[in-house]
Design a protein around this ligand. Sequence first.
Ligand SMILES: Nc1ncnc2c1ncn2[C@@H]1O[C@H](COP(=O)(O)OP(=O)(O)OP(=O)(O)O)[C@@H](O)[C@H]1O
Ligand SMILES: [Mg+2]
Length: 341
Amino acid sequence: MAEAVGIEIRKLYKIFGPQPDKCMALVAEGVGKDELRDQHGHVLGLRDVNLDIAAGQIQVIMGLSGSGKSTLVRHINRLIEPTSGQVWVGGEDVLAMNARQLRNFRRKRTAMVFQKFALFPHFTIMENVEYGLRIQGVRRKVREAQAARWIERVGLKGYEDHYPNQLSGGMQQRVGLARALTNDAPVLLMDEAFSALDPLIRSDMQSVLLDIQQEVGKTIVFITHDLDEALRLGDRIAILRDGEVVQQGTAQEILLHPADDYIRSFVRDVNRGRVIRCRTLARPGVASSELKLDAQMVIEEAARELNAQGLDNANVVSSKGKHLGTICMSDIIEAMLPARD
Ligand SMILES: Nc1ncnc2c1ncn2[C@@H]1O[C@H](COP(=O)(O)OP(=O)(O)OP(=O)(O)O)[C@@H](O)[C@H]1O
Ligand SMILES: [Mg+2]
Protein backbone atom coordinates (compact mmCIF):
# COMPACT_ATOMS: atom_id res chain seq x y z
CA MET A 1 0.00 0.00 0.00
CA ALA A 2 1.24 3.50 -0.81
CA GLU A 3 2.84 5.26 2.15
CA ALA A 4 0.94 8.28 3.51
CA VAL A 5 2.31 11.71 2.62
CA GLY A 6 1.83 15.19 4.03
CA ILE A 7 0.70 18.25 2.10
CA GLU A 8 2.08 21.75 2.62
CA ILE A 9 0.51 24.83 1.12
CA ARG A 10 2.43 28.08 1.45
CA LYS A 11 1.33 31.63 0.70
CA LEU A 12 -1.04 30.49 -1.99
CA TYR A 13 -2.80 33.19 -4.02
CA LYS A 14 -5.15 32.75 -6.95
CA ILE A 15 -6.59 35.65 -8.88
CA PHE A 16 -8.89 34.89 -11.81
CA GLY A 17 -8.93 37.34 -14.73
CA PRO A 18 -6.83 38.60 -17.63
CA GLN A 19 -4.00 40.18 -15.63
CA PRO A 20 -3.66 38.36 -12.32
CA ASP A 21 -0.03 39.32 -11.76
CA LYS A 22 -0.86 43.01 -11.92
CA CYS A 23 -3.56 42.52 -9.30
CA MET A 24 -1.19 40.79 -6.87
CA ALA A 25 0.14 44.15 -5.72
CA LEU A 26 -3.38 45.39 -5.04
CA VAL A 27 -4.23 42.27 -3.09
CA ALA A 28 -1.00 42.56 -1.12
CA GLU A 29 -2.03 46.11 -0.23
CA GLY A 30 -5.23 44.72 1.23
CA VAL A 31 -7.76 45.19 -1.58
CA GLY A 32 -10.61 42.76 -0.81
CA LYS A 33 -12.63 40.43 -2.99
CA ASP A 34 -15.52 42.86 -3.65
CA GLU A 35 -13.30 45.80 -4.55
CA LEU A 36 -11.10 43.65 -6.78
CA ARG A 37 -14.17 42.48 -8.68
CA ASP A 38 -16.00 45.82 -8.89
CA GLN A 39 -13.07 48.18 -9.48
CA HIS A 40 -10.54 45.96 -11.23
CA GLY A 41 -12.55 43.21 -12.95
CA HIS A 42 -10.74 40.28 -11.31
CA VAL A 43 -11.90 37.56 -8.95
CA LEU A 44 -9.96 36.86 -5.79
CA GLY A 45 -10.00 33.05 -5.58
CA LEU A 46 -7.49 32.51 -2.77
CA ARG A 47 -5.52 34.87 -0.58
CA ASP A 48 -2.42 33.86 1.36
CA VAL A 49 -3.57 30.33 2.17
CA ASN A 50 -1.20 28.39 4.43
CA LEU A 51 -2.10 24.84 5.35
CA ASP A 52 -0.18 21.88 6.76
CA ILE A 53 -1.93 18.60 6.31
CA ALA A 54 -0.27 15.76 8.19
CA ALA A 55 0.21 12.38 6.51
CA GLY A 56 -2.70 10.03 7.11
CA GLN A 57 -5.14 12.67 8.35
CA ILE A 58 -8.52 13.85 7.13
CA GLN A 59 -8.43 17.60 6.52
CA VAL A 60 -11.87 19.11 6.05
CA ILE A 61 -12.28 22.37 4.13
CA MET A 62 -15.48 24.29 4.89
CA GLY A 63 -16.92 27.60 3.81
CA LEU A 64 -19.88 29.18 2.08
CA SER A 65 -20.46 28.79 -1.64
CA GLY A 66 -17.83 30.76 -3.57
CA SER A 67 -15.39 30.92 -0.65
CA GLY A 68 -12.68 29.10 -2.64
CA LYS A 69 -12.90 25.47 -1.48
CA SER A 70 -12.80 23.85 -4.93
CA THR A 71 -10.16 26.32 -6.07
CA LEU A 72 -7.98 25.34 -3.13
CA VAL A 73 -8.28 21.59 -3.57
CA ARG A 74 -7.62 21.84 -7.32
CA HIS A 75 -4.27 23.44 -6.57
CA ILE A 76 -3.15 20.28 -4.80
CA ASN A 77 -3.00 18.32 -8.07
CA ARG A 78 -2.43 21.49 -10.06
CA LEU A 79 -5.65 21.42 -12.04
CA ILE A 80 -5.37 25.13 -11.33
CA GLU A 81 -2.11 27.09 -11.59
CA PRO A 82 -1.64 29.50 -8.69
CA THR A 83 -0.95 33.16 -9.23
CA SER A 84 1.68 32.82 -6.52
CA GLY A 85 2.68 30.42 -3.75
CA GLN A 86 3.85 26.87 -3.19
CA VAL A 87 2.31 23.42 -3.00
CA TRP A 88 4.27 20.43 -1.69
CA VAL A 89 2.95 16.88 -1.61
CA GLY A 90 5.08 14.28 0.15
CA GLY A 91 8.09 16.58 -0.12
CA GLU A 92 7.60 17.03 -3.87
CA ASP A 93 7.22 20.53 -5.27
CA VAL A 94 4.08 20.18 -7.40
CA LEU A 95 4.65 23.50 -9.18
CA ALA A 96 8.13 22.48 -10.31
CA MET A 97 6.89 19.38 -12.15
CA ASN A 98 7.04 19.24 -15.94
CA ALA A 99 4.09 17.95 -17.96
CA ARG A 100 5.17 14.31 -17.81
CA GLN A 101 5.92 14.40 -14.10
CA LEU A 102 2.61 16.10 -13.44
CA ARG A 103 0.69 13.48 -15.43
CA ASN A 104 2.39 10.75 -13.43
CA PHE A 105 1.76 12.56 -10.18
CA ARG A 106 -1.94 12.94 -10.94
CA ARG A 107 -2.33 9.31 -11.91
CA LYS A 108 -0.32 7.70 -9.15
CA ARG A 109 -0.18 10.08 -6.21
CA THR A 110 -3.69 11.55 -6.12
CA ALA A 111 -7.22 10.32 -6.65
CA MET A 112 -10.40 12.38 -6.76
CA VAL A 113 -13.97 11.62 -5.74
CA PHE A 114 -16.56 13.96 -7.22
CA GLN A 115 -20.02 15.06 -6.14
CA LYS A 116 -21.56 13.91 -9.42
CA PHE A 117 -19.72 10.56 -9.33
CA ALA A 118 -18.29 11.05 -12.85
CA LEU A 119 -18.54 7.38 -13.80
CA PHE A 120 -18.33 6.23 -17.43
CA PRO A 121 -21.93 5.28 -18.28
CA HIS A 122 -20.95 2.74 -20.95
CA PHE A 123 -18.41 0.97 -18.71
CA THR A 124 -19.38 -1.74 -16.23
CA ILE A 125 -18.68 -1.18 -12.53
CA MET A 126 -15.55 -3.34 -12.84
CA GLU A 127 -14.35 -1.39 -15.88
CA ASN A 128 -14.97 1.91 -14.12
CA VAL A 129 -13.09 0.87 -11.01
CA GLU A 130 -10.05 -0.61 -12.78
CA TYR A 131 -9.81 2.27 -15.26
CA GLY A 132 -7.08 4.17 -13.41
CA LEU A 133 -4.82 1.12 -13.31
CA ARG A 134 -5.58 0.35 -16.97
CA ILE A 135 -4.29 3.73 -18.13
CA GLN A 136 -1.21 3.16 -15.98
CA GLY A 137 -0.61 0.02 -18.03
CA VAL A 138 -1.15 -2.43 -15.17
CA ARG A 139 -1.84 -6.03 -16.33
CA ARG A 140 -5.49 -7.07 -16.50
CA LYS A 141 -5.22 -9.82 -13.88
CA VAL A 142 -3.54 -7.55 -11.37
CA ARG A 143 -5.90 -4.62 -11.89
CA GLU A 144 -9.02 -6.79 -11.80
CA ALA A 145 -7.90 -8.35 -8.53
CA GLN A 146 -7.28 -4.90 -7.03
CA ALA A 147 -10.60 -3.57 -8.31
CA ALA A 148 -12.53 -6.61 -7.07
CA ARG A 149 -11.03 -6.16 -3.62
CA TRP A 150 -12.23 -2.56 -3.34
CA ILE A 151 -15.61 -3.27 -4.94
CA GLU A 152 -16.15 -5.85 -2.22
CA ARG A 153 -14.78 -3.51 0.47
CA VAL A 154 -17.33 -0.79 -0.35
CA GLY A 155 -20.13 -3.37 -0.27
CA LEU A 156 -20.79 -3.86 -3.99
CA LYS A 157 -19.72 -7.47 -4.52
CA GLY A 158 -21.98 -8.99 -7.15
CA TYR A 159 -22.41 -5.73 -9.06
CA GLU A 160 -19.18 -5.97 -11.07
CA ASP A 161 -21.00 -6.46 -14.40
CA HIS A 162 -23.71 -3.86 -13.84
CA TYR A 163 -23.70 -0.43 -15.44
CA PRO A 164 -23.79 2.80 -13.39
CA ASN A 165 -27.40 3.67 -14.34
CA GLN A 166 -28.52 0.36 -12.81
CA LEU A 167 -27.29 1.56 -9.39
CA SER A 168 -28.72 4.06 -6.89
CA GLY A 169 -26.89 7.33 -6.15
CA GLY A 170 -25.40 5.95 -2.95
CA MET A 171 -24.17 2.85 -4.74
CA GLN A 172 -22.69 4.94 -7.55
CA GLN A 173 -20.73 6.95 -5.00
CA ARG A 174 -19.43 3.69 -3.53
CA VAL A 175 -18.15 2.95 -7.03
CA GLY A 176 -16.51 6.39 -7.09
CA LEU A 177 -14.80 5.61 -3.80
CA ALA A 178 -13.73 2.12 -4.92
CA ARG A 179 -12.26 3.62 -8.09
CA ALA A 180 -10.27 6.17 -6.10
CA LEU A 181 -9.00 3.51 -3.68
CA THR A 182 -8.03 1.08 -6.44
CA ASN A 183 -5.48 3.59 -7.71
CA ASP A 184 -3.77 3.26 -4.34
CA ALA A 185 -2.77 6.91 -4.40
CA PRO A 186 -1.65 8.29 -1.04
CA VAL A 187 -3.76 11.45 -1.43
CA LEU A 188 -7.53 11.41 -1.81
CA LEU A 189 -9.27 14.64 -2.84
CA MET A 190 -13.01 14.65 -2.16
CA ASP A 191 -14.96 17.71 -3.32
CA GLU A 192 -18.48 17.60 -1.83
CA ALA A 193 -18.32 13.88 -2.48
CA PHE A 194 -21.34 13.02 -0.33
CA SER A 195 -23.38 16.20 -0.79
CA ALA A 196 -25.74 14.79 -3.42
CA LEU A 197 -26.77 11.86 -1.23
CA ASP A 198 -29.85 11.54 1.00
CA PRO A 199 -29.07 12.06 4.71
CA LEU A 200 -29.16 8.38 5.71
CA ILE A 201 -27.13 7.23 2.72
CA ARG A 202 -24.74 10.09 3.37
CA SER A 203 -24.23 9.04 6.95
CA ASP A 204 -23.64 5.46 5.71
CA MET A 205 -20.97 6.69 3.32
CA GLN A 206 -19.26 8.62 6.13
CA SER A 207 -19.09 5.39 8.11
CA VAL A 208 -17.71 3.50 5.11
CA LEU A 209 -15.04 6.16 4.61
CA LEU A 210 -14.03 6.28 8.28
CA ASP A 211 -13.91 2.51 8.45
CA ILE A 212 -11.74 2.24 5.34
CA GLN A 213 -9.53 5.10 6.53
CA GLN A 214 -8.71 3.09 9.67
CA GLU A 215 -7.22 0.53 7.35
CA VAL A 216 -5.61 2.63 4.62
CA GLY A 217 -4.53 5.78 6.51
CA LYS A 218 -4.57 8.04 3.45
CA THR A 219 -4.18 11.78 3.45
CA ILE A 220 -7.69 12.96 2.65
CA VAL A 221 -8.79 16.48 1.77
CA PHE A 222 -12.55 16.53 2.18
CA ILE A 223 -14.68 19.50 1.16
CA THR A 224 -18.10 19.89 2.67
CA HIS A 225 -20.78 22.48 3.41
CA ASP A 226 -22.11 20.39 6.23
CA LEU A 227 -20.77 21.04 9.72
CA ASP A 228 -21.95 17.74 11.15
CA GLU A 229 -20.09 15.95 8.37
CA ALA A 230 -17.01 18.09 9.02
CA LEU A 231 -17.07 17.33 12.74
CA ARG A 232 -17.54 13.64 12.16
CA LEU A 233 -14.84 13.19 9.53
CA GLY A 234 -12.27 15.90 10.10
CA ASP A 235 -9.13 15.35 12.14
CA ARG A 236 -8.67 19.01 11.38
CA ILE A 237 -10.94 21.61 9.83
CA ALA A 238 -10.08 24.76 7.91
CA ILE A 239 -12.76 27.38 7.30
CA LEU A 240 -12.53 29.63 4.25
CA ARG A 241 -14.19 32.99 3.66
CA ASP A 242 -13.70 35.04 0.49
CA GLY A 243 -10.60 33.00 -0.36
CA GLU A 244 -8.96 33.33 3.06
CA VAL A 245 -8.54 30.75 5.80
CA VAL A 246 -10.28 32.39 8.74
CA GLN A 247 -9.69 29.56 11.19
CA GLN A 248 -8.07 26.15 11.23
CA GLY A 249 -7.76 23.61 13.98
CA THR A 250 -9.42 20.57 15.46
CA ALA A 251 -13.20 20.46 15.70
CA GLN A 252 -12.85 20.91 19.47
CA GLU A 253 -10.76 24.06 19.12
CA ILE A 254 -13.13 25.61 16.60
CA LEU A 255 -16.23 24.83 18.66
CA LEU A 256 -14.80 26.17 21.89
CA HIS A 257 -12.96 29.16 20.48
CA PRO A 258 -14.61 30.33 17.25
CA ALA A 259 -12.36 33.03 15.79
CA ASP A 260 -15.12 35.45 14.76
CA ASP A 261 -18.83 35.91 14.02
CA TYR A 262 -18.61 34.06 10.69
CA ILE A 263 -17.30 30.93 12.42
CA ARG A 264 -19.73 31.41 15.31
CA SER A 265 -22.60 31.38 12.83
CA PHE A 266 -21.30 28.04 11.48
CA VAL A 267 -21.01 26.38 14.86
CA ARG A 268 -24.06 27.86 16.59
CA ASP A 269 -26.42 24.97 15.98
CA VAL A 270 -24.02 22.16 16.75
CA ASN A 271 -24.96 19.84 19.57
CA ARG A 272 -21.78 20.57 21.49
CA GLY A 273 -22.41 17.99 24.18
CA ARG A 274 -22.12 15.27 21.56
CA VAL A 275 -18.96 16.60 19.95
CA ILE A 276 -16.73 17.94 22.72
CA ARG A 277 -14.82 15.23 24.55
CA CYS A 278 -13.68 14.93 28.16
CA ARG A 279 -10.03 15.24 27.17
CA THR A 280 -10.69 18.75 25.85
CA LEU A 281 -12.04 19.97 29.19
CA ALA A 282 -9.63 18.11 31.46
CA ARG A 283 -7.80 20.35 33.96
CA PRO A 284 -4.65 19.40 35.85
CA GLY A 285 -5.23 17.78 39.24
CA VAL A 286 -7.02 14.88 40.87
CA ALA A 287 -10.79 14.68 41.40
CA SER A 288 -12.40 14.48 44.82
CA SER A 289 -14.40 11.48 43.58
CA GLU A 290 -13.19 8.02 42.55
CA LEU A 291 -15.04 8.12 39.23
CA LYS A 292 -12.94 7.66 36.09
CA LEU A 293 -14.16 8.83 32.70
CA ASP A 294 -12.58 7.95 29.38
CA ALA A 295 -10.86 10.90 27.68
CA GLN A 296 -12.76 10.12 24.46
CA MET A 297 -16.19 10.20 26.11
CA VAL A 298 -18.40 13.06 24.89
CA ILE A 299 -19.32 15.49 27.64
CA GLU A 300 -23.07 14.90 27.38
CA GLU A 301 -22.36 11.31 28.38
CA ALA A 302 -20.01 12.51 31.13
CA ALA A 303 -22.72 14.81 32.52
CA ARG A 304 -25.12 11.87 32.60
CA GLU A 305 -22.59 9.71 34.49
CA LEU A 306 -21.81 12.43 37.03
CA ASN A 307 -25.48 13.17 37.53
CA ALA A 308 -26.41 9.50 37.96
CA GLN A 309 -23.80 9.14 40.70
CA GLY A 310 -24.56 12.48 42.31
CA LEU A 311 -20.99 13.70 41.77
CA ASP A 312 -19.56 17.07 40.82
CA ASN A 313 -16.26 15.94 39.33
CA ALA A 314 -14.34 12.93 38.01
CA ASN A 315 -10.91 11.86 36.81
CA VAL A 316 -10.21 11.81 33.10
CA VAL A 317 -8.18 8.80 31.99
CA SER A 318 -6.73 7.61 28.68
CA SER A 319 -7.89 4.37 27.06
CA LYS A 320 -4.87 2.74 28.73
CA GLY A 321 -5.98 4.04 32.13
CA LYS A 322 -3.41 6.85 32.44
CA HIS A 323 -4.57 9.78 34.58
CA LEU A 324 -4.91 12.94 32.47
CA GLY A 325 -6.66 15.38 34.81
CA THR A 326 -10.10 16.19 36.17
CA ILE A 327 -13.39 17.34 34.75
CA CYS A 328 -16.19 19.12 36.64
CA MET A 329 -19.88 19.68 36.06
CA SER A 330 -19.71 23.47 35.81
CA ASP A 331 -17.09 23.28 33.03
CA ILE A 332 -19.26 20.76 31.21
CA ILE A 333 -22.34 22.98 31.43
CA GLU A 334 -20.35 26.02 30.29
CA ALA A 335 -18.96 24.08 27.29
CA MET A 336 -22.39 22.76 26.30
CA LEU A 337 -23.89 26.22 26.05
CA PRO A 338 -23.54 27.81 22.62
CA ALA A 339 -20.80 30.42 22.17
CA ARG A 340 -21.92 33.94 23.14
CA ASP A 341 -22.67 36.44 20.38
N1 LIG B 1 -12.29 29.73 -13.71
C1 LIG B 1 -12.74 30.76 -12.98
N2 LIG B 1 -12.78 32.01 -13.48
C2 LIG B 1 -13.20 33.06 -12.74
N3 LIG B 1 -13.59 32.96 -11.47
C3 LIG B 1 -13.59 31.73 -10.90
C4 LIG B 1 -13.16 30.56 -11.61
N4 LIG B 1 -13.25 29.50 -10.80
C5 LIG B 1 -13.72 29.98 -9.63
N5 LIG B 1 -13.91 31.31 -9.68
C6 LIG B 1 -14.38 32.18 -8.57
O1 LIG B 1 -13.55 31.95 -7.45
C7 LIG B 1 -14.30 31.95 -6.26
C8 LIG B 1 -14.15 30.62 -5.55
O2 LIG B 1 -14.83 29.61 -6.28
P1 LIG B 1 -14.87 28.09 -5.83
O3 LIG B 1 -15.52 27.32 -6.92
O4 LIG B 1 -13.53 27.67 -5.41
O5 LIG B 1 -15.83 28.17 -4.56
P2 LIG B 1 -16.40 26.99 -3.66
O6 LIG B 1 -16.09 27.36 -2.24
O7 LIG B 1 -15.92 25.67 -4.15
O8 LIG B 1 -17.98 27.14 -3.87
P3 LIG B 1 -19.12 26.00 -3.92
O9 LIG B 1 -19.42 25.67 -2.50
O10 LIG B 1 -20.28 26.71 -4.58
O11 LIG B 1 -18.62 24.84 -4.72
C9 LIG B 1 -15.73 32.28 -6.66
O12 LIG B 1 -15.92 33.66 -6.49
C10 LIG B 1 -15.79 31.89 -8.11
O13 LIG B 1 -16.73 32.65 -8.81
MG1 LIG C 1 -16.87 23.99 -4.95
